[in-house]
Design a protein around this ligand. Structure first.
Ligand SMILES: NC(=O)c1ccc[n+]([C@@H]2O[C@H](COP(=O)([O-])OP(=O)(O)OC[C@H]3O[C@@H](n4cnc5c(N)ncnc54)[C@H](OP(=O)(O)O)[C@@H]3O)[C@@H](O)[C@H]2O)c1
Length: 376
């Protein structure tokens, strides 16, 4: 597996072929009024784009030099830049409210950049406010309209818990509690998801943030098994059981927060009683630092390579050109089995989980389909 990994590698489930690296787009939601993170290094970007062109990608339409002088990119430009660098797999969700920008960027590349629909792998997700059998079609149609597409490659149920249907993505009552929809029935929702495959609106369907018990239960009733499960997965929360389940059932596993989602630290801090390990960033780990010096790679590249060699898909989010380049540039080195074992040993299991909606949304845990532990 490790030796054969390339930028064009895919993981397969049934007929689905999912590129092993995608661009995460949560938080590519707002423009950056203050300019943001680090300045970009245009020479590095030029080198990667030259490599991409050499491997048969069409020439970029955008002027790299002028764009790369910006410190951070607004949302449509982030996606355009990602496509220019070579990303073809984009991870979105109705609830990220960025599908329109993604749709515009894809359209520009299809109209002018010479790419075809089948060159892209587009994932989007059913929101919590649409967790009813009769709402699946409506919400997928909304996403397709936003994305200017006839179909998505992968449609996921974003989260197993339903919120009150309506126009507000996170409806709250007078006490500030999240308004839950207690009618959530995964089997019925899945049947509506299966219909979307039959209609050709979703090539493949899958689940996100479901617990092992929930995916197992659904698998028993599914006519079309999930092609993908997406879940938090990084150095300190390696999801051994869920990954093993995915492997045993030929389901592709996608790791979100592969870098530990550093920009979300305040969210984690406010949401929960956080232990030291939960507030620790995998990017700051001493072993990761040592390996980055051994391999002359960045810490982010070590973290991504570790997950790729574990056999999962990664979808790091970035709005910074230099990071986008770094994150796709992980195919020219390999971690040894000894190094993999050392990294694997840093798994903290459930203690390492950062994302939990329990605590963040008051009352979330009252839903019978809450997938998160109630330990804090
Ligand atoms: N299904 C779900 O419920 C769910 C939940 C969370 C996330 N997701 C998906 O997974 C994607 C990734 O998760 P995430 O965004 O939470 O976390 P992540 O990918 O672990 O971290 C993203 C953060 O890391 C920074 N970063 C990116 N590349 C870097 C590099 N090479 N060096 C240093 N910092 C770097 C980014 O900043 P810059 O922008 O400045 O690079 C951003 O702040 C999301 O965008 C979304 O598509 C899904």
């Amino acid at each position: 597996m490790a030796a054969r990994l390339t930028v064009n590698s895919v993981l397969k489930s049934g007929t689905m072929q999912m590129p092993v690296i995608g661009l995460g787009t949560l938080q590519v939601m707002v423009d950056y009024p203050d300019g943001p993170t680090s300045p970009t290094k245009s020479s590095k970007v030029e080198a990667v784009v030259a490599k991409a062109r050499a491997s048969g990608l069409p020439p970029p339409k955008y002027n790299l030099t002028s764009l790369s002088q910006e410190k951070g990119l607004p949302r449509k430009e982030t996606i355009l830049r990602g496509l220019e660098i070579g990303y073809r797999h984009l991870d979105s969700a109705y609830a990220y409210e960025n599908e329109e920008a993604i749709g515009q960027a894809i359209r520009e590349w299809m109209d002018i950049g010479g790419l075809k629909r089948e060159d892209f792998f587009i994932t989007t997700k059913l929101p919590n406010i649409a967790m009813r059998q009769e709402l699946v079609d409506e919400y997928l149609q909304r996403s397709l309209k936003n994305l200017q597409l006839d179909y998505v490659d992968l449609y996921l149920i974003q989260n197993p818990v339903g919120y009150k249907p309506g126009d507000v993505l996170y409806p709250r009552d007078k006490d500030g509690s999240i308004e839950l929809d207690f009618q959530t029935d995964h089997v019925k929702i899945w049947q509506a998801m299966e219909k979307q495959v039959d209609k050709g609106c979703a090539k493949h369907i899958g689940l996100s943030n479901f617990s092992l018990r929930q995916v197992d239960r659904l698998m028993e009733k599914a006519s079309i098994p999930p092609a993908n499960i997406q879940a938090e997965c990084h150095l300190y929360f390696q999801q051994q059981e869920l990954r093993q389940w995915a492997k045993d059932n030929s389901v592709v596993f996608t790791a979100y927060a592969a870098l530990g989602s550093p920009a979300m630290m305040n969210f984690f801090r406010e949401a929960r009683k956080n232990s030291e390990i939960r507030m620790k960033s995998p990017l700051d780990d001493p072993l990761v630092d040592r390996l980055s010096r051994v391999h002359k790679k960045t810490r982010a590249q070590i973290l991504l390579r570790h997950l790729l060699q574990l056999g999962v898909v990664v979808i790091p989010k970035s709005s910074t050109t230099e990071h986008m380049v770094e994150n796709i540039n992980v195919f020219d080195f390999e971690l040894s089995s000894q190094e993999m074992a050392e990294l694997n040993a840093l798994d903290q299991g459930e203690h390492g989980r950062k994302f939990s909606l329990v605590g963040f949304f008051k009352g979330y845990e009252k839903h019978p389909e809450n997938p998160y532990p109630l330990d804090d």
